[in-house]
Write a protein that binds this ligand. Sequence first.
Ligand code: PGA
Length: 231
Amino acid sequence: MIVAGNWKMYPGPDPAALADKLAGVSGAEAIVCPPYTRLAACVAAGLTTFAQNVHWEHEGAFTGEISAPMLQSLGVTGAIVGHSERRQYFGETDEGVARRTKAALDAGLRVIACVGETQEERDAGETETVLRVQVGAIAAACGPHESLLLAYEPVWAIGTGRTATPAIAQEAHAIVKSVLDRPVLYGGSAKPENVEELFGETDVDGALVGGASLVVDTFAAICALAAAAGR
Ligand code: PGA
């Protein structure tokens, strides 16, 4: 099991305090994804640290972007790519997400590539098609690369307090894996109260946690539940 904390544009907890707390949890991998300004402090605290995005070029005139080698120079070992907030608010496309993913993997970073349907798409019965298209773009660019993780994050569950039921998550994860056979993390209002059931599903391989990753004890509790799932 893998539990990644996506701090989004929040300062997040004190990295040293978090590292201390996580030292008491074994049996699950914990990853933190802080904002750029806190990457170095998380690395220094000994946390496995991913960025929240990465560009496909090594350098160039791309204002506001960051490259894989730049992240690696800080000791960062991976990146989230294609988060729905990037797709929704910053116009990221399946093609761009695939390019970012491939470049990051080629550079030696690990990647958590995110996919997921909106409420409208689910209501229209388009969930499977949407997932197949989103995952298909990544699959075409990279195949089942050993450093690639996927995250199923239904957009309607992100930051809303509405979590997918274990059955909904399982069904979606199975679709994702049928296109690209890599571990799939669940994301969307994951918290200690609901992850145990989700981790009981065969194709749920961990969690990508937003809000609940901002509090040391809560994030550590989710990591402990992942470890208790025993795989
Ligand atoms: P949430 O965010 O846990 O706050 O819903 C998850 C995510 O966006 O990765």
